[in-house]
Design a protein around this ligand. Structure first.
Ligand code: DC
Length: 232
């Protein structure tokens, strides 16, 4: 099946498997996959490493704002797939720690941080044939995206996925910590003033609590075949 030159926006709660299905779609149809959360994580890592977030969680917004111009968060193809970089430094591993996860929602709620990330994401979208995942892709970043998916799954399933992912990377979180972090992020992401996580009116909802990855792909194929009148 061939897909037209479109933008596919996949939004939803944390750890619903957005990136897994987005990467599969990108591979299947030779689209570029872009992980918008990685950009917010990159900004958060930068803030943490430069002492802009204090122990009580407060953020030095003035310093963060002044330092954004020098920040160069980007995606680059490596032998090991697409990775997140800050300038020449690969930060893929560092941005996935629980520490970054614990601070990323407040950082991503800051309006000037969203402007910084949005402008970078837009430059990628201009070329079309892009599948991008995040929280506000179908509502704010690319409201004109031709295909919008809103993903959700039960908290138990999401926490288990996130826990397994972290343990596989050598981290040692407790299940309680993982659940707390997910719930906190869901709350902040859906209640912030700028671009809160919300389903676009024209997004199709996928609850993948009990779906295999293959079933998710078949679901997606059914959706686009109907949407573009593709017969196959
Ligand atoms: O997808 P993720 O869990 O890696 O995203 C990390 C955080 O970034 C998430 O808690 C909220 C924020 N985010 C956002 O506000 N808007 C996006 N489009 C993507 C992520």
């Amino acid at each position: 099946m061939n897909l037209p030159d479109i933008i596919i926006a996949i939004d939803g709660y944390s750890s619903t498997g957005k990136s897994t299905v987005a990467k599969l779609i990108a591979k299947e149809y030779s689209f570029l996959y872009l992980d918008s959360g990685a950009m917010y994580r990159g900004v958060t890592l930068h803030a943490l490493e430069n002492g802009m977030i204090s122990a009580d969680g407060s953020i030095d917004e003035e310093r963060l704002k002044a330092s954004l111009d020098a920040l160069d968060i980007d995606f680059r193809a490596t032998e090991d797939g697409n990775k997140t970089f800050n300038g020449d430094r690969c930060i893929e591993k560092e941005i996935r720690t629980l520490e970054v996860s614990s601070h990323v929602s407040p950082v991503s709620a800051i309006p000037f941080v969203r402007e910084y990330v949005d402008s970078r994401l837009h430059s990628f979208g201009e070329r079309k044939r892009v599948v991008m995942d995040g929280r506000d892709i179908g509502t704010t970043v690319f409201p004109e995206a031709e295909v919008k998916i809103f993903m959700t799954a039960s908290t138990e399933v999401r926490a288990r996925r996130r826990y397994d992912e972290m343990v596989a990377k050598g981290e040692t979180p407790t299940m309680e910590e993982v659940v707390r972090n997910l719930e906190e992020r869901d709350y902040i992401d859906s209640h912030r003033e700028v671009s809160p996580l919300t389903r676009a009116a024209d997004a199709f909802v996928m609850d993948n609590s009990d779906m295999t990855l293959h079933e998710e792909l078949v679901w997606f194929q059914g959706l686009v075949m109907g949407r573009f009148g593709i017969l196959e």
